[in-house]
Design a protein around this ligand. Structure first.
Ligand code: C2E
Ligand code: CA
Ligand code: CA
Length: 689
């Protein structure tokens, strides 16, 4: 059986299925409402028609009942009249005659009333009966007179006239009365049937109406549910990233606002924000395709989710930029530990169907502080992330001393470009030098050149504050060449004064890929006359990763000229051993993160010992940087480290105080180092390693 479409829509299985997947269709409910209206109209019309029918049937029934009553009454009156006439025949008396006359008058009156009250065929019947009554009455009246007169013809009169007239009248009146009685019965039955039908039809209409109302209600409920679902879905869409399903920037900011409010100004637990920017993500997109890129983003979200706890939020802010909200952290150390874990989680290779991708993330972290808004925290985390990326350290905690936010960075970049291209860089870009002490004889044979920017408005800027900015627009290459020339010229001066010092110059990673690099180094040496062995170039691992073959070739050529090469920040990269095997270098500098807590962290001691052994086996001498206390100095001596550099001996200082600073550093080293080494008295400035 084929159900109407609106029925199927409301109750059918297909209808239900369709409702789940179809978009909202207002036409369906419109159809049902129209059907309900039609049913209600039909019900109204039917009720009207039924009422008319019932009225008519009632009228017909009452007419029939009246006629039935009239003719029954007439029939009885006629019978009584005949009975009185017979009675008078048997016992003629004045009283019985009176009774006859009375009953005859009543029969006349009954028939007269029948004529008056009836119409149509019934009136015809009444008139006919009236005529018959009149004929009977005439004959009966004559008989009465004849009986009174004791006329012997009375019997004849009775037999020939009265009895036939009575039989005719009685027969006809009985017939007529019976037929009107039957008609009355019929009308009663008809009325009852109309009423029954009306009742059934009304019930049916009511049931259909009720069913329709239920159907419309159902559909309305379904629509309401769908509208709510749609509202929920669009709200979700508005607050989540469609690819990863993570919170988007808007939701992240809302949650951060909530977390700041929940922490309150006096609380010792504060929210923290991590901003993560992927490194090498563009290469995945370019080489492995956008599907692979999407997969990396999804996996990144998952990995970050595992690092943080319940109640924390991982968000994708756009592109390859993610953010994590730690709702409540108890200390800087706890926050940093999570940041390190996040950085570590992203350093593992991403396994994709098309191969594995080596992507990493730079993590910037900012902690909430009194009066610090969500916007401030995000800006701080961004600035820290920028430093994490540009320093190659991977993770950085916001430090108001060195971190500059985005607008500030743009202004700084513009200043630096103007300075390098049009201005007088020597007036603002200066080199500080940090002595490096040789443990064997407690002397300073070398110094590391570290740049400072005397910014006219911002004061003295540390390298971390502007080197990243320089790298965003390729300014780090002209900057490096400029500083190289200053350092070489300065070292040539010390050499000329008879106090040679090896100068270590930090080389930005991109310089190794620059065509002009080798020429620049040679020109700096040639222009100043500095012996090449007094120049050492510090290269970080990241300088070797983009194009290792080319970088090695460049370093090979430089070493061939007699210039020394140093592997800087050893231990912070993740493919150090691989690079070490391939690199031909002179020095290995163990990063300060392994040295600063050497005295307290046994793990660091093991790592440093291994690094020293490894370097020595590869023919490199080892410098430890970040020596902040004399215990570390002695431990490094014990471990066989060749050279040290750190605040415990000397901070980086301007060139004009370097000599005095070197003497101080030597003094400290002599006093601190154990007798076996401390007995050495050599103070010759610039002894070759
Ligand atoms: P780096 O090459 O690791 O330089 C050593 C950094 O450690 C210097 O920071 C120095 O001041 C700091 N340091 C030395 N001893 C200690 C110590 O005992 N404790 C602590 N906590 N720190 C110590 P600085 O001068 O702020 O330089 C930061 C980084 O900027 C350098 O790290 C280097 O990567 C880069 N840089 C500095 N100058 C130049 C430059 O002229 N050219 C290039 N390309 N990069 C430079
Ligand atoms: Ca360095
Ligand atoms: Ca270093």
């Amino acid at each position: 059986m084929q159900w109407p479409s609106w029925w199927r829509a409301a109750f059918g299985k297909r209808g239900r299925r369709a409702r789940r997947s179809d978009p909202i269709r207002p036409r369906r409910s419109l159809g049902m409402t129209a059907a309900l209206a039609a049913v209600l109209c039909g019900l109204g019309a039917f009720t009207l028609w039924g009422t008319l029918q019932a009225t008519r049937a009632t009228e017909a029934q009452s007419r029939a009942l009246v006629l039935d009553a009239i003719f029954s009454e007439a029939s009885s009156a006629v019978a009584v009249q005949e009975m009185q006439a017979r009675h008078y025949q048997l016992e003629p008396s004045v009283a019985s005659r009176e009774r006859y006359l009375d009953s005859a008058a009543q029969a006349d009156a009954a028939l007269r009333r029948a004529v008056e009250l009836s119409t149509g065929a019934a009136q015809q019947d009444a008139l006919r009966l009236q005529a018959e009554q009149s004929a009977y009455r005439q004959a009966a009246d004559q008989l009465i007179v004849m009986v009174t007169d004791r006329n012997p013809d009375a019997v004849k009169q009775d037999r020939l006239e009265v009895t036939p007239a009575y039989y005719t009248l009685q027969h006809d009146i009985t017939e007529v009365s019976r037929s009107y009685h039957a008609l009355a019965q019929k009308r009663v039955a008809e009325l009852r049937s109309v009423q029954t039908r009306m009742f059934a039809a009304t019930m049916l209409g009511f049931a259909i109406g009720l069913a329709l109302v239920a159907a419309i209600w159902r559909v309305m409920l379904a629509y309401q549910r769908r509208v709510l679902e749609h509202a929920r879905a669009s709200q979700r869409q508005a607050l989540h990233d469609p690819l990863t399903g993570l919170a988007n920037r808007l939701l992240f900011q809302q949650r951060l606002d909530d977390a700041i409010e929940a922490a309150g100004p006096g609380s010792d637990r504060q929210p923290a924000v991590m901003l993560i920017d992927m490194n090498g993500f563009k290469a995945v997109n370019d080489t492995l395709g956008h599907h692979a890129g999407d997969e990396v983003l999804v996996q990144t979200g998952n990995r970050l989710g595992k690092v943080c706890g319940e109640g924390d939020t991982v968000a994708r802010l756009g592109g390859d930029e993610f953010a994590v909200l730690l709702r409540s952290v108890s200390s800087v150390e706890a926050a940093l530990e999570i940041a390190e874990r996040a950085g570590g989680a992203l350093r593992r290779n991403f396994q994709l169907p098309v191969g594995s991708a080596a992507v990493s993330g730079s993590v910037g972290m900012a902690l909430g502080a009194p009066g610090c808004s969500a916007e401030d925290m995000l800006r701080h985390a961004d600035a820290a992330m920028y430093r994490a990326k540009s320093s190659g350290k991977g993770v950085a905690l916001y430090d108001p001393e060195v971190d500059i936010d985005q607008p500030g960075r743009m202004a700084l970049f513009a200043d630096l470009r103007t300075l390098l291209t049009e201005g007088d860089p020597d007036a603002q870009l200066v080199l500080y030098y940090q002595p490096q002490v040789r443990i064997a004889d407690a002397t300073v044979p070398a110094v590391e050149a570290l740049v400072r920017w005397r910014h006219p408005q911002l004061g003295l800027l540390a390298p971390d504050a502007f080197l990243g900015v320089a790298e965003t627009g390729g300014l780090e290459i002209p900057l490096t060449y400029h500083l190289l020339r200053i350092a070489v010229a300065e070292a040539a001066g010390w050499h000329a004064q008879g106090r040679p010092l090896t100068v270590s110059v930090n080389v930005s990673p991109n310089c190794l890929l620059d065509e002009a690099f080798v020429g620049q180094v040679r020109a700096a040496l040639a222009d100043t006359g500095l012996p090449s062995h007094l120049l050492r170039l510090e290269i970080t691992e990241s300088g070797m990763t983009t194009d290792p073959d080319r970088a090695q070739e460049v370093l090979r050529r430089i070493r061939h000229d007699g210039v020394q090469v140093s592997i800087d920040d050893f231990g912070t990269g993740f493919s150090s051993l691989n690079q070490l095997k391939l690199l031909t270098a002179d020095e290995l500098k163990i990063d300060r993160i392994f040295i600063q807590e050497l005295a307290t962290d046994p793990g660091d001691a093991i790592l440093v010992r291994s690094a020293i052994e490894l370097a020595h086996n590869l023919g490199l001498f080892v410098t430890a940087e970040g020596v902040e206390d004399l215990t570390a100095l002695n431990m490094l001596a014990e471990l066989g480290c060749d050279q040290v550099q750190g605040f415990a001996l000397s901070r980086p200082v301007p060139a004009d105080v370097l000599r005095a600073e070197c003497a101080k550093a030597e003094q400290i080293a002599r006093a601190a180092l154990k007798p076996a080494r401390g007995t050495m008295t050599t103070t010759e400035f610039g002894a070759k390693v």
